[in-house]
Design a protein around this ligand. Structure first.
Ligand code: AMP
Length: 205
């Protein structure tokens, strides 16, 4: 008698988009999330800054846009994320996407790249912070980080306008998929982190 035994192994990854305007605290909170849930942090801003520091062709291309607070072209950042997914998908329990997607095209392409690998976004967590607080945080960060785009008030204001004009609508993309959670991003780092964990844990149940 022949027994056919099928072992079906389902791997569920936790893929979080941490969303919000510049200065919302995405980088700070991403670090805490990856530590708690054992995930991998993918920050397109960090990858691009690294490329600029190393003067790679990617960095040279991106610098002009970043200095002005404009978005780097979609195909460039989508390529970066595609390569990271290929490289790390089997080495992690999931990803925290920080600063990506920033346009609806990026969101659509991310869904496509994930679905080709049998994966999907679990949830978008959007940090909500008042305008004056954003400007304040970015100016303060500029004084310690040395990030040039945090040191010029016109570039800061342009980045927030670009967020409102090009990026904010990405929330609707995820709302339509019932994957959106809005979080109050004002208060202490620990308080905000607790709110984020509550929403992630609620989603995991
Ligand atoms: P961030 O560190 O996320 O604030 O990003 C810094 C800068 O990098 C932005 O102002 C953009 O110029 C560029 N950048 C980062 N992520 C993206 C993205 N997903 N799409 C386009 N440009 C990006």
């Amino acid at each position: 008698m022949v027994y056919l035994v099928t072992n079906l192994i389902i791997i569920i990854m936790l893929n979080i988009v941490l969303f919000g305007p510049p200065g919302a605290g995405k980088g700070t909170q991403s670090e805490k999330i990856i530590e708690k849930y054992n995930l991998m942090h993918l920050s397109t801003g960090d990858i691009l800054r690294n490329a600029i520091e190393n003067q790679t062709p990617l960095g040279i291309k991106a610098k002009n846009y970043m200095d002005k607070g404009e978005l780097v072209p979609d195909d460039v950042v989508i390529g970066i994320i595609g390569r990271c997914l290929d490289e790390y998908r089997n080495k992690t329990n999931g990803f925290v996407f920080d600063g990506f997607p920033r346009t609806n095209t990026q969101a659509e392409e991310l869904d496509l790249m994930l679905s080709e690998k049998g994966l999907s976004i679990t949830q978008l967590v959007a940090l909500e912070v008042e305008y004056s607080e954003l400007v304040d945080r970015l100016m303060k960060r500029g004084q310690v980080s040395g990030r040039s785009d945090d040191q010029n008030i016109d570039v800061i204001k342009n980045r927030i306008s670009v967020y409102n004009e090009n990026t904010r609508s990405v929330m609707d993309y995820y709302k339509n998929q019932n994957k959106y959670s809005g979080i109050n991003g004002m208060g202490t780092i620990d308080d905000i982190f607790e709110r984020i964990c509550n929403t992630i844990n609620g989603h995991l149940k």
